[in-house]
Design a protein around this ligand. Structure first.
Ligand code: AMP
Length: 125
């Protein structure tokens, strides 16, 4: 099911109106390369349905949430980081610096990472 919002950047990628480097697609999600990668591998996994953020997930979206998580492992295998390790990050809201309000999991990997993940303060992407 696709419910598009015409002014949403990621809905426009879903519809094909805006090009993106899409590497995976099924009936529920698409995955495409982030235009400004922060790690050697950086892919965004988004639902076809417009849902602004994790805060807007409704009980009936339970399956969609699961499909995003299931896609993470599939895409990680496709881009060669399933065994080496990766993170799936959902920036949510102002202090997390969410800038696009259509749920997206940042699948990042391809390098050794540190923990905790917030060693410095950044206000820009
Ligand atoms: P966030 O700040 O968590 O909302 O993440 C939004 C992400 O979308 C950023 O990492 C951007 O680099 C990425 N982004 C913005 N526009 C595009 C685009 N046209 N194609 C691919 N990634 C994009």
């Amino acid at each position: 099911m696709t419910q598009e919002k015409s002014d949403c950047l990621f809905c426009r990628i879903v519809s094909g109106e805006i090009p993106a480097s899409i590497i995976y697609r099924n009936d529920h999600v698409i995955a495409f390369r982030d235009i400004t990668p922060v790690t050697p591998q950086h892919v965004l996994i988004i639902p076809l349905k417009h849902i602004a953020s994790l805060n807007d997930l409704a009980p009936e979206d339970e399956a969609i949430a699961g499909h995003i998580l299931l896609a993470a492992g599939v895409v990680a295998e496709m881009i060669g980081i399933r065994q080496s390790g990766y993170r799936l990050v959902f920036n949510t809201g102002k202090e997390a610096l969410q800038s696009v309000f259509h749920i997206h999991g940042h699948l990042i990997g391809g390098q050794q990472m540190g923990w905790p993940p917030f060693p410095g303060l950044s206000t820009q992407h």
